[in-house]
Design a protein around this ligand. Structure first.
Ligand SMILES: [Zn+2]
Ligand SMILES: [Zn+2]
Length: 407
């Protein structure tokens, strides 16, 4: 076993070459939702080598490693996501993805590494009071691995008082933490419209009904829900993302399908949008003499931070050496995140940490910034200490008097 320096900064600096290798290995071998088998095996091996109790198989490929302190105290969960995206990487670095059409374009390779690096340090600390569960969750990208872990008994098997999540964020300076109480990310619903008409020869449209013209009217009318129906002070996004119909150049199809997504932060706005979408479909169907089936189903709830847990993450951010100042109040993202299911089940909080770059998440050129590994790992260590009530009291006092109260 490596001898572990008491100071996290020294430890993380010394271990950076190893941690960077972990990150690059994970980047080179990306696996999509619920297929993270090699990823899972890699995590189990590293975490076991740290002397942690390691459980795997929850939600298929999930991994939970447990650190039990010598003295009693709270139990917390620190969560990282594991999956890659079905995106072909355009980067040409030596560790580029070897799995065709798959890449870590959201930086989950870095999320796993930051948490592994934090576990690497914390597993060598004899003075931990309480329990830390390092939770590695599969299938964050649209497949709801977070929900499946909760349904399969994550918090019954590994009880926690609080659960914390962290995502690298482009557009924020390196190491800058953004966390606030309440919504961080939006709720997501998915929907579909099926337009059924009587397809006919395109030269004789009067003999049938036209699914394409009806679909066009529907696309136009749906735009007025955000602009004219819901309260402008309450965010709503209605995006149509797919439209399918027609096979021939000289026939009107009898079926067109439209699909899309809704994003919002309060249930009332979501319900109003759904109701008006149904009414719009009925009106368009009547005026175009077609039938329209409308289906909408919830995908992810709002990622809503508990106020006290959010304060823990803010306090940890203020204890970070040389970090840009905390962003403690901001507009939540209209993207969605399945950590929301864990936050529905237990109080907790989710933060963004700046990766110091501009490349957007899910861009085929995205590559996690390795400079964030020791910073993110240090942040996890501070979150764990703050949540377990072991943050250095003198440092907290110094920070609060210079930066004001974090309530
Ligand atoms: Zn993503
Ligand atoms: Zn992500």
């Amino acid at each position: 076993m490596t001898s572990k320096a008491p100071d996290p900064a020294d430890f993380l600096r010394e271990r950076l070459p190893v941690h960077r290798e972990w990150r690059r290995h994970l980047h080179k071998h990306p696996e999509t939702a619920f297929n993270e088998h090699e990823t899972s095996a890699f995590l189990v091996e590293r975490l076991s080598a740290m002397g942690l109790e390691v459980a795997h198989g929850l939600a298929g490929t999930g991994v939970v490693a447990t650190l039990k302190g010598r003295s009693p105290g709270p139990a917390i969960g620190l969560r990282a996501d594991m999956d890659a995206l079905p995106i072909s990487e355009t980067g040409v670095m030596a560790y580029r993805s070897v799995n065709a059409g798959t890449s870590h374009a959201c930086g989950h390779d870095g999320h796993m590494t930051m948490l592994l690096a934090a576990a690497d340090y914390l597993s060598g600390q004899a003075d931990i009071g309480g329990t830390v569960h390092f939770v590695f969750q599969p299938a964050e990208e649209a497949a709801g691995g977070g929900r499946r872990m909760v349904e399969e008994g994550l918090f019954e098997t590994f009880p926690v008082d609080r659960i914390f999540g962290l995502h690298n964020w482009p557009g924020l300076p390196l190491g800058q933490v953004a966390v606030q109480p309440g919504p961080m990310m939006a709720a997501m619903d998915l929907f579909s419209f099926h337009v059924h008409a009587r397809g006919v020869h395109a030269a004789m449209p009067h003999l049938g009904t036209d699914a394409i013209v009806a679909a066009g009217a529907l696309v136009g009318s749906l735009q007025t829900i955000v602009s004219r129906v819901t309260d402008p002070s309450r965010a709503l996004v209605l995006s149509l993302t797919q439209i399918h119909g027609g096979e021939s150049l000289n026939a009107l199809p009898d079926h067109v399908e439209l699909r899309g997504t809704l994003r919002y932060f309060d249930a009332e706005t979501g319900a109003t949008a759904q109701h008006r979408m149904r009414e719009t479909a009925a009106g368009v169907a009547r005026s175009h003499d077609v039938a329209i089936d409308f289906d909408v189903w919830p995908a992810y709830p709002v990622t809503r931070n508990d106020a006290a847990a959010s304060r823990v993450m803010a306090r940890a951010a203020r204890l970070m050496p040389d970090a840009p100042p905390l962003v403690g109040q901001f507009a939540p993202s209209t993207a969605s995140e399945d950590f929301a299911f864990m936050l529905q089940a237990r109080p907790g909080a989710y933060a963004w940490i700046g990766n110091g770059r501009e490349t957007a998440l899910h861009n085929p050129a995205f590559d996690f910034n390795d400079d964030l590994i020791p910073i993110g790992a240090r942040y996890w260590i501070e979150v764990a200490r703050a949540a377990l009530g072991q943050a250095d009291a003198t440092r907290i006092q110094a920070v609060s008097s210079s930066q004001g109260d974090d309530q």
